[in-house]
Write a protein that binds this ligand. Structure first.
Ligand code: HEC
Length: 116
């Protein structure tokens, strides 16, 4: 009776620890690395008043100063299709999870309202 319970506890502990290792490795954002990745974001998220005029005038939300987790989740949602905006879906489709984590780290550290 005791052995199966013990085995279950070992399995549970093993799966939990491998999960946290994975999370720490894969989702750690590096703001410095994002500097080489954000050139295309600036075109839209860097316009004063946060408006883009192509193909029609639409509002671009401010992303600098928002929480890192929020930004990362937003990019992931575009990539997965949970968020439907076609432009951001297209952009997020080309980003890896590491890119998203880096960009989220970068923008969360940028001063709010910096227009980046
Ligand atoms: C062609 C213009 C354009 C470019 C380029 C662009 N974005 Fe966006 N972005 C938008 C628009 C418009 C929205 C609002 C979409 C919506 O309503 O869902 C948006 C939304 C977002 C959001 C969600 C903000 C929120 O408050 O929910 C994030 C995060 C984001 N963009 C990050 C980025 C990053 C990072 C890049 C560069 C890799 C980038 N964007 C490039 C136009 C752009």
């Amino acid at each position: 009776m005791k052995a199966p319970k013990f085995a279950t506890a070992i399995l549970l502990a093993a799966s939990m620890s491998s999960y946290s290792v994975w999370a720490a490795d894969a989702v750690q954002g590096n703001a410095d690395a994002a500097r080489a990745k954000n050139s295309m974001c600036i075109g839209c998220h860097g316009i004063p008043g946060y408006k883009a005029s192509f193909p029609s005038v639409y509002s671009v939300p401010m992303i600098s100063g928002q929480s890192q987790k929020y930004l990362e989740n937003a990019l992931l949602a575009y990539k997965k299709g949970d968020r439907a905006h076609p432009t951001m879906r297209g952009i997020a489709a080309g980003l890896s999870e590491q890119d998203m984590a880096d960009l989220a780290a970068y923008y969360s550290m940028a001063p709010a309202g910096a227009g980046k």
